[in-house]
Design a protein around this ligand. Structure first.
Ligand code: SF4
Ligand code: SF4
Ligand code: SF4
Length: 298
């Protein structure tokens, strides 16, 4: 079996997570020929006849599109590795700005840049696509393995399944179902909204019930509720569950239906202030794959 991996618009963290399999990776790749892997090999060209391709990172420029299309042509099975590949990921927040604004910020406005003429390079750099895209906007993807980065165990499970000719399966339910924190039997009630640094959360109770914006209800399980277990609200890095299309919209509707503060005590202005920048709260990892994937007024 010939496996190729590559990375596009990304931080390479998903590849590093794969390397975190350590010796297990050797066992996993015992009967595998690794033909392209930027984190392990110095091979520039993607060879023909690839059985499985793992692609990390979303689509941000025309070169990304070309590489994705080339891999699709050469590989039997394509796996989108990580949340950037599946949903656009954190780089997808760039969809809140125009390309002109982004280039100006990067090449002219940053504090450490010396560029008095305000020149923006155009030669030798690939043209930006008009917005960040998840992979599935550009090529057909066989399997998606979200997570920022995906847990090494999940990577191993998916690879093992594919190598054995089986369908890889991910948990389709939400993070709350694997979170050990105590939840109200009567259902979720959110009494107020607190910033992550405010107060001391009860170590055993659900963080959302204490007012901390935990994305658990709208996020795919699979990481073992790593963040809430450590006392930190989930930011939603594994993307939506099988039961929802848009992670941010699902979270907003969860909050809207569970918010029960006594109306006399709620100051709407304060509430809006606390939910300032809702896109970053609720769509941090999935904006390019959401129902409204960019700022509509630009
Ligand atoms: S999903 Fe996360 S770890 Fe993977 S490339 Fe994107 S930002 Fe990096
Ligand atoms: S802490 Fe978060 S993940 Fe855990 S039950 Fe509450 S909302 Fe769900
Ligand atoms: S708890 Fe949430 S943010 Fe943390 S690793 Fe799991 S899915 Fe990602």
């Amino acid at each position: 079996m010939r496996i190729a991996t590559t990375w596009l618009c990304c931080c390479s963290g998903c590849h590093v997570s794969m390397l975190d399999l350590h010796e297990r990776l050797l066992k996993l790749f015992e009967d595998v020929e690794l033909v392209h892997c930027p984190v392990l090999m110095d091979v520039k060209e993607i060879p023909d006849d690839v059985d499985v391709a793992l692609i990390e990172g979303g689509i941000r420029n025309e070169e990304n599109v070309e590489v994705a299309e080339e891999l699709r042509e050469k590989a039997e099975v394509v796996v989108a590795l990580g949340t950037c590949a599946c949903y656009g990921g954190v780089p997808g927040l760039a969809n809140l700005f125009s390309n002109e604004e982004l280039l100006e910020a990067v090449y002219v406005e940053t504090a450490s840049t010396e560029n008095e003429e305000g020149t923006i390079p155009s030669e030798g750099v690939p043209e930006l696509t008009w917005r960040v895209h998840p992979f599935s906007d550009v090529i057909e993807v066989d399997y998606e393995l979200p997570g920022c980065p995906p847990e090494p165990d999940r990577i191993a499970e998916v690879l093992e399944a594919i190598l054995e000719g089986e369908e890889p399966e991910l948990p389709g339910y939400n993070l709350c179902e694997e979170c050990p924190r105590e939840k109200r039997e009567e259902g979720l009630i959110i009494p107020e909204i607190r910033r992550p640094v405010e107060g001391e959360p009860d170590p055993d109770r659900c963080l959302l019930e204490q007012g901390y914006l935990c994305m658990g209800p709208a996020t795919r399980a699979g990481c073992g509720a790593r963040c809430p277990k450590a006392g930190v609200p989930c930011t939603g890095c594994a993307g939506p569950t099988d039961r929802s299309v848009d992670q941010g919209a699902r979270m907003l509707s969860t909050i809207a239906s569970a918010f029960r503060a006594d109306e006399d005590e709620v100051d709407p202005g304060e509430l809006v202030e606390r939910l300032r920048d809702p896109v970053s709260w609720f769509c941090r990892f999935t904006l390019p794959a959401s129902l409204i994937p960019f700022r509509v007024d630009r």
